[in-house]
Structures are given as C-alpha cells and as structure tokens.
Design a protein around this ligand. Structure first.
Ligand code: ZN
Length: 66
C-alpha cells in the first residue's frame, strides 16, 4: 500500500507546478537533414526524415507496391 496524500494541493500550487511544464520543449533536437528544430524519436514535420531516411516517401512507395 502506498502512502496517500493527506490533503489535496491547492489550485495555486497545481498551477505553479504545471506552469513550468509548457515552458520547456521536451526532446527538441535539430533535424540533421533540414536543420529545423523538431522532436526526437519522431519524424521531422518539415522534410519527413527520420534516422537519415525519408520515411514519408518510403511509406508511400510501400503502399503503392502492396
Ligand atoms: Zn527535417
């Protein structure tokens, strides 16, 4: 059994905690292909590259073949 919170946190306290969440963009990296800031572990929105490959066009060609 884990510990239970004795009291609920106030709205101000909750707001202070969540205010810092949106300030920093998590896992932001510079795309090696086009140089734009993008999310790591995700396909680049600008050029569609992921891990050095054009994933979006790759997917389209696979759909045509199948
Ligand atoms: Zn890119």
């Amino acid at each position: 059994m884990g510990g239970e919170p004795k009291r609920r946190h106030s709205r101000a306290r909750k707001g202070k905690r969540r205010a810092s969440i949106s300030l920093s963009i998590p896992n932001a990296i510079v795309c090696p292909n086009c140089g734009i800031m993008t999310m790591s572990h995700a396909v680049c929105k600008k050029c569609g590259f992921y891990r050095g490959k054009d994933v979006l066009s790759l997917k389209k060609t696979q759909e045509v073949n199948s």
